[in-house]
Design a protein around this ligand. Structure first.
Ligand SMILES: *[C@@H]1O[C@H](CO)[C@@H](O)[C@H](O)[C@H]1NC(C)=O
Ligand SMILES: *[C@@H]1O[C@H](CO)[C@@H](O)[C@H](O)[C@H]1NC(C)=O
Ligand SMILES: *[C@@H]1O[C@H](CO)[C@@H](O)[C@H](O)[C@H]1NC(C)=O
Ligand SMILES: *[C@@H]1O[C@H](CO)[C@@H](O)[C@H](O)[C@H]1NC(C)=O
Ligand SMILES: *[C@@H]1O[C@H](CO)[C@@H](O)[C@H](O)[C@H]1NC(C)=O
Ligand SMILES: *[C@@H]1O[C@H](CO)[C@@H](O)[C@H](O)[C@H]1NC(C)=O
Ligand SMILES: *[C@@H]1O[C@H](CO)[C@@H](O)[C@H](O)[C@H]1NC(C)=O
Ligand SMILES: *[C@@H]1O[C@H](CO)[C@@H](O)[C@H](O)[C@H]1NC(C)=O
Ligand SMILES: *[C@@H]1O[C@H](CO)[C@@H](O)[C@H](O)[C@H]1NC(C)=O
Ligand SMILES: *[C@@H]1O[C@H](CO)[C@@H](O)[C@H](O)[C@H]1NC(C)=O
Ligand SMILES: *[C@@H]1O[C@H](CO)[C@@H](O)[C@H](O)[C@H]1NC(C)=O
Ligand SMILES: *[C@@H]1O[C@H](CO)[C@@H](O)[C@H](O)[C@H]1NC(C)=O
Length: 849
């Protein structure tokens, strides 16, 4: 009897498993989801989101939630957050009334949780999990109506497409509430709400106490959010008489998926996390309470907070105010708020009052502020408006272009609260004070003059010095001799070369996949080299994106006409280069030679180049340590192949971040690698004052004496490696000492035993990356940029050192640690090259004519 029942149940669950295998996204009246196994889930159509039963953290309680398919730990919504089910007896279904409910099979009575009280008795409803993570309940009548949706009841996560805000008509608000703990999704202490008063602001509350404030909306970001919001996501603020809300959507156009969530975690940290399948971890992109000055009212009224060195803070009274002496704990610095130096005698007008300007601030709390949406209002009118009301304490001329609010004037009534000062960005605030007497004013003026004169003088001297340096550098560069790539052997180099080329060419002709494209095909593919298809301007000519008639995407490099090489020679070179195949080299598909035109056709790389990610404040966050190491090792392997493992032995001569392209999985691919060959030979004839290479990546012996060898590529690689680790450019690097470049700074820190200080702060602090592994890489980088080429490792050493824990020699002082033009010490490095080049490719220096 019992076994019979069991058999029946088994058949039943088998049926369900079968049914759910096809990962449905909808349940209708007679279907339900039970807590019987992993197959009992809803999966959204694009497979981005999953709905099912889960237990948070270490808890054994069961909840119905929605999470990312790709990342199960990111639960974005919980239905029965306050009413856990004690065992696996929960059922999620549409009730007979058409309502979405969760019931406990072990419990009689009303459902544990229900979505909506639907009054029309009907079972003709269905619930569907959409691809943006929204669960909607709709009637089955194709009307497309939504009677209930989970996006209207956010828990602790703000997903793209969801609106967070306040409905002025109904008084209803959509806000976030933290979980109690990782084990308990019930409402915790923290909440995030959009306060509709004054100029609407986001507030983070602990209980009913505000702990953080976004500041008013400034058109494309919040006054108090010092980070661009719109790189991958279009962040939108809408304020109308009906409602005020914020929302955002994904605008990233990469070949990989990228997810984002704003999340209020259970310890009250409101953060923006980003996940991509290139780097499948949730990375914190922004956080509300990062610095002490972000804490609401840290400094009290009329006092401005500035972040200082060790993530501490300083409070300073706004102009015309002095520290509140009656505050017992006040150290005389305004941390207990500030009071007026002179009482404001209202009504006397402009003669007795003035406005003092405060630059680069997060605007004070706007709960009691008034916004005049008049685009044409001038600053004088703004000022007048403020003067006309005795309670007005300050104003700001703002430009709120977003949300259709236009620009205008914001004025404050009452105490100016929660001001913070930024070193750059932010807004200007004008604070109303009683006019100072003329004596005081003069004193101030004199002080300013006394301070400014020396500063201007100093700036002038620095400016002159810089210009002088620049001129000298230019002269040095211009004088570069020209060089040609030859292959060394005991025989006559020319002879060796031609026989070598001939042999390779024969082989190439037999099994080359190189195509010769007709000019008309390339013209059609690139829309006649239209400027909208231009991807960039390389050192050898512009690059265009194209699409062949079969749909294949290509990149076309249109070589500058002055390459001067004969057609036969050029063809031969290209056929040789097309034979170079390595996963870290961009693949050459073919070429096009017609009349004056010479073009190279490459595979198209959708994710642009490394510099596009590395040197961008936002995109750089997609590259965490593991990915960066992969990129470093990939580049090293590619260069090693060029130097040693390919038959051609090529010196790249222009390794730099913009020449490293990224494929759809963000694997690095070196581009422009055959250019040294194609251009090397002809340069002497065609273009006498051209130096291939990029300042900042050039080794000293190349930059100064025009000598290059595989070791100059090693140098460039070392620079690139340090750039990847630090996320900073070698040139244009600005840290403390303006004359020190990245290499110099890395070297100084290394000597002081603080090598890890160079690491990109985007990769997180301390234990977010393995310190010893990063240090090993920095060590390798410093070995590569040593002054003397013979001290630098070969690429095969580099690849070995990067992937093995081996003992490495200590690095010597690198070359060019200063940004100065390199004109000292040239002789020593020249001899260095000459003596170490026996078995490698050597250079014959041909003076330019
Ligand atoms: C649900 O089942 C009942 C009885 O089995 C049936 O009458 C009803 O039509 C079903 N409803 C739907 C929407 O399939
Ligand atoms: C779960 O318990 C383990 C062991 O007690 C503990 O290390 C871990 O931090 C707990 N996890 C959570 C999310 O509480
Ligand atoms: C979603 O999860 C299923 C397994 O549950 C997996 O087969 C599928 O590849 C996942 N899809 C994505 C986009 O991660
Ligand atoms: C649904 O109805 C019940 C009983 O009438 C009531 O207690 C509950 O508050 C209602 N829920 C909603 C969301 O209106
Ligand atoms: C928004 O809703 C929450 C919870 O319902 C409530 O505590 C809060 O006061 C509301 N906020 C506003 C601005 O009405
Ligand atoms: C707003 O974003 C821009 C970049 O989009 C940035 O330059 C500016 O500093 C930001 N404002 C604040 C207050 O952070
Ligand atoms: C937001 O909208 C309300 C109502 O339309 C308006 O009173 C207020 O001035 C607006 N705020 C801003 C900053 O535009
Ligand atoms: C994002 O929203 C903006 C403004 O609403 C819209 O113009 C844009 O098309 C949206 N982008 C996507 C990818 O949905
Ligand atoms: C995204 O990229 C695809 C392929 O490169 C392109 O067809 C599409 O127009 C792009 N979309 C946007 C919004 O840029
Ligand atoms: C919440 O976020 C903060 C800041 O990122 C982090 O330190 C803390 O550990 C997080 N709390 C939990 C429980 O994850
Ligand atoms: C000055 O500080 C005292 C004590 O903290 C406080 O009671 C008083 O309100 C403060 N005055 C002003 C103007 O902030
Ligand atoms: C100024 O504020 C006081 C107290 O808050 C109020 O009584 C008065 O009406 C206000 N005056 C004006 C002109 O708004």
């Amino acid at each position: 009897m019992v076994s019979h029942k069991r058999l029946l149940m088994n058949t039943f669950s088998l049926f369900l498993v079968f049914q759910f295998c096809h990962s449905i996204d909808t349940i209708t009246a007679n279907q339900s989801i039970t807590d019987d196994g992993d197959s009992q889930i809803l999966v959204s159509a694009g497979k981005h989101f999953v709905l099912g039963f889960f237990s948070p953290g270490n808890s054994s309680n069961r909840y119905v939630g929605i999470w990312y398919n790709a990342s199960k730990q990111m639960v974005v919504w919980v239905a029965n957050r306050e009413k856990p089910i004690k065992g696996s007896t929960g059922v999620f279904k549409i009730s007979r009334e058409g309502n979405l409910v969760i019931i406990d099979r072990n419990q009689e009575g009303p459902p544990l949780w229900s979505a909506n009280n639907i009054s029309i008795p009907s079972n003709k409803y269905f619930a569907k999990l959409l691809d943006n993570g929204n669960l909607v309940l709709s009637p089955q009548d194709d009307s497309g109506n939504i009677v209930w949706q989970s996006f209207d009841y956010p828990t602790h996560t703000h997903l793209p497409g969801m609106q967070l805000g306040f409905n002025r008509q109904t008084g209803k608000n959509k806000s976030l509430t933290s979980w109690k703990s990782p084990d308990d999704p019930a409402s915790g202490d923290y909440s995030l709400q959009l306060d509709p008063q004054g100029s609407p602001q986001l507030f983070l509350y602990k209980g009913s106490v505000p702990v953080w404030r976004s500041g008013p909306w400034m058109g494309d970001n919040w006054s108090g959010v010092h980070q661009p919001m719109g790189t991958f996501f279009h962040y939108q603020y809408v304020n109308s008489s009906d409602e005020v809300y914020v929302t955002y959507n994904n605008t990233a156009n990469f070949t990989f998926s990228i997810y984002a969530v704003f999340m209020l975690n259970d310890s009250g940290s409101f953060q923006w996390l980003i996940w991509s399948n290139v780097q499948p971890v949730w990375t914190r992109y922004w956080e509300a309470l990062k610095e002490r000055c972000d804490e609401y009212g840290r400094c009290g009224g009329y006092s401005s907070c500035t972040t200082n060195a060790n993530n501490g803070f300083e409070c300073a009274c706004v102009p015309g105010f002095q520290p509140n002496k009656s505050g017992a704990a006040a150290g005389g610095d305004g941390s207990e708020g500030c009071v007026r130096e002179r009482r404001l005698e209202c009504g006397l007008g402009k003669a007795e009052e003035e406005f003092l300007k405060l630059e680069h601030v997060k605007l004070p709390d706007t709960v009691a502020a008034r916004v005049l949406n008049d685009r044409s209002m001038s600053q004088e009118e703004c000022e007048k408006e403020c003067l006309s009301n005795c309670n007005c304490t300050g104003y700001s001329k703002v430009n709120i272009s977003g949300g259709g609010s236009g620009s205008g004037c914001m004025s404050w009534y009452g105490e100016l609260m929660d001001i913070r000062h930024y070193s750059d960005g932010g807004q200007d605030l004008y604070v109303r004070v009683a006019r100072r007497n003329s004596k005081g004013f003069n004193k101030r003026r004199m002080l300013v003059a006394l301070l400014t004169v020396p500063v201007i003088l100093l700036a002038f001297i620095l400016c002159c010095y810089y210009l002088l340096q620049k001129r000298q550098r230019k002269v040095t560069t211009k004088m570069q001799p020209h060089q040609e790539l030859l292959f060394n052997s005991n025989a006559n180099p020319e002879e060796f070369k031609s026989s070598f080329v001939a042999a390779e060419l024969q082989e190439a002709e037999i099994n080359s996949e190189l195509s010769f494209f007709d000019l008309s095909v390339v013209v059609a593919a690139t829309d006649n080299f239209s400027s909208s298809n231009k991807l960039g301007q390389g050192g050898f000519g512009p690059v265009y994106k194209g699409r062949l008639s079969n749909g294949q995407e290509i990149a076309v490099k249109r070589l500058s006409k002055y390459s001067g090489q004969g057609i036969v020679e050029f063809k031969n070179e290209v056929m040789l280069i097309a034979k170079l195949q390595h996963r870290n080299l961009v693949r050459l598909l073919g070429c096009c030679i017609q009349d004056e035109e010479k073009m190279l056709i490459y595979e198209y790389m959708p994710n642009k180049s490394l510099d596009y990610f590395l040197f961008d404040e936002t995109r750089r966050q997609l590259l965490q340590w593991e990915k960066r190491l992969e990129i470093i090792v990939g580049i090293a392997r590619g260069v090693l192949y060029l130097h040693q493992d390919s038959l051609l032995r090529i010196i790249h001569r222009d390794l730099k971040a913009s020449n490293i392209l990224l494929d759809s999985d963000m694997n690095p691919k070196i581009s422009d690698f055959g250019m040294a060959r194609i251009f090397g030979r002809s340069q002497t004839e065609a273009n006498t004052n051209r130096v291939v290479g990029t300042y900042g990546y050039m080794s000293p012996e190349y930059a100064m004496d025009g000598l290059f060898s595989v070791k100059s590529d090693v140098f460039s690689f070392g620079v690139l490696l340090l750039e990847i680790i630090s996320g900073k450019k070698n040139t244009g690097y600005n840290y403390k000492d303006p004359y020190m470049n990245l290499i110099g700074h890395a070297w100084e820190l290394w000597r002081e035993g603080k090598g890890l200080d160079i690491v990109d702060s985007c990769m997180g602090e301390g234990d977010c990356y393995p310190g010893d592994e990063v240090l090993r890489c920095i060590h390798v980088g410093l070995l590569c940029v040593q002054e003397s080429p013979s001290d630098r490792p070969t690429m095969s050493n580099v690849v070995f050192m990067l992937s093995n824990q081996t003992i490495m020699p200590p690095p010597n002082q690198p070359a060019f640690i200063m940004k100065r033009a390199p004109y000292a010490d040239s002789s020593s490095s020249a001899t260095g090259t000459a003596s170490c080049s026996i078995n490698e490719v050597t250079i014959s220096v041909v003076e330019g004519r």
